[in-house]
Design a protein around this ligand. Structure first.
Ligand code: NAD
Ligand code: UD1
Length: 338
């Protein structure tokens, strides 16, 4: 199949592009570079061993999308493009709603006009807000706790309505839990700009000596060691989840959501210990007050993805730590040095 990846130069898009090519598909990448760098594409090309079709531009630009559909016979679109920083979304809600909704609406309009009606959407566990139960099944109630989460919830709703209106659409929403790690080559990985918000990039920068210590946001949660519990999955497993979804989508009309997670909850302190053991590095930390808006526990019930997509997360957190560490050591300033 020929697959268009919007946001294809981002963290998850690059890893997924590699796994699509490994599975025998061809890819076309589109990215505005608002949160990525042009050098990334050359890194992906080094891994896959050939050049790739790549467009720099805005996914909300209908002319550009139309050009891409003219240039390529696209079978499926995987829609990663979007802004994703929760804190920033609280400060700049209009920018988040404009970007994330415009991208999805314009993409669907152009796809409809072009008769390409197979779409995989990057959704998030953030659509569950504060979960009523863990592990979280797809049938759990949905709440957005911030503008970023609301954009995911709204786009899911738009896509579900679209699938009702026209049964020719085949749409899958993948609700990612917490992707971590990097490609084992050390050539691509997560490249946060400024101070990382997320736990594992922060741990890796502390281990590398770029930051003095980790701040553990609260140890008074109702969890086994008091620190927050999440479902961390290797980004290569997440990428494989997209391959499974794309290969399944032809057989499934309508809209359907899937959790992509391991089903295992891991605490902040367990994460630190696993990173230290997997990499032989030291991660000093101190416990500070809770981060506003954080929840105690969030992990997936991944049964539906296993039963319907035939997908399970196979790699361990220790492997993800080793791969993230390789990426960190070989690229101490991310892609900036290219
Ligand atoms: P990322 O920021 O690395 O990748 C997103 C890419 O989209 C970036 O390269 C950015 O430049 C591009 N982009 C943004 N707006 C665009 C636009 N208007 N036109 C074209 N390109 C645009 O983020 P990621 O971690 O790879 O996430 C990919 C998707 O998965 C996002 O939609 C994100 O919300 C979702 N997601 C990510 C996580 C996570 O923890 N990383 C969790 C759940 C969901
Ligand atoms: C964040 C996003 C969420 C997104 C998810 C996956 C927020 C509020 N939420 O949530 O929308 O879907 O990432 O990418 O940003 N922690 C520390 N110290 C740190 C960083 C984190 O102790 O420096 C703790 C947190 O309190 C939490 C755990 O580590 O318990 C994981 O944090 P993080 O990586 O930010 O992920 P989420 O909180 O799940």
């Amino acid at each position: 199949m020929k697959i268009l990846l919007t946001g294809g130069a981002g963290y998850i898009g690059t890893h997924t592009a590699v796994q699509f090519v490994a599975a025998g598909h061809s890819v076309v990448l589109l990215d505005s570079l608002v949160n990525s760098r042009p050098e990334v594409v050359a890194r992906v090309e080094r891994i896959v061993g050939h050049s790739l079709a790549y467009y720099t531009g805005d996914c909300a630009d209908p002319k550009l999308l139309d050009q891409i559909f003219t240039d390529h016979d696209i079978d499926v679109v995987v829609h990663f493009a979007g802004l994703k920083a929760v804190g920033e979304s609280v400060e700049q809600p209009l920018r988040y709603y404009r970007n994330n909704l415009d991208c999805a609406l314009t993409l669907c309009e152009v796809m409809e006009a072009r008769g390409v009606r197979r779409l995989v959407f990057s959704s998030s566990a953030s659509v569950y807000g504060t979960p009523e139960q863990v592990p979280i099944p797809e049938t759990a109630s949905l709440h957005a706790a911030n503008p970023y989460g609301a954009t995911k919830l709204f786009v899911e709703r738009i896509l579900a309505d679209l699938a009702v209106a026209n049964p020719a659409w085949h749409i899958v929403a993948l609700r990612y839990f917490n992707p971590i790690g990097a490609h084992p080559s050390g050539l691509i990985g997560e490249d946060p700009q400024g101070i990382p918000n997320n736990l594992f990039p922060y741990i890796a920068q502390v281990a590398a000596g770029r930051r003095d210590k980790l701040r553990v946001f609260g140890d008074d949660y109702p969890t086994p060691d008091g620190t927050g519990v999440r479902d961390y999955l290797h980004v290569m497993d997440l990428a494989d989840g997209h391959v499974a979804a794309v290969e399944h989508i032809a057989d499934q009309a309508g809209w359907r959501g899937y959790n992509l997670g391991t089903g295992q909850g891991v605490s902040v302190l367990e994460s630190v210990r696993t990173f230290e053991q997997a990499t032989g590095s030291h991660v000093p930390y101190e416990v500070v007050p809770r981060r506003p808006g954080d929840i105690a526990e969030c992990y997936a019930d991944p049964t539906r993805a296993r039963e319907e997509l035939g997908w399970v997360a196979r790699r361990t957190i220790a492997e993800a730590c080793a791969d993230a560490w390789r990426w960190q050591r070989e690229n101490p300033n991310g892609y900036a040095a290219d």
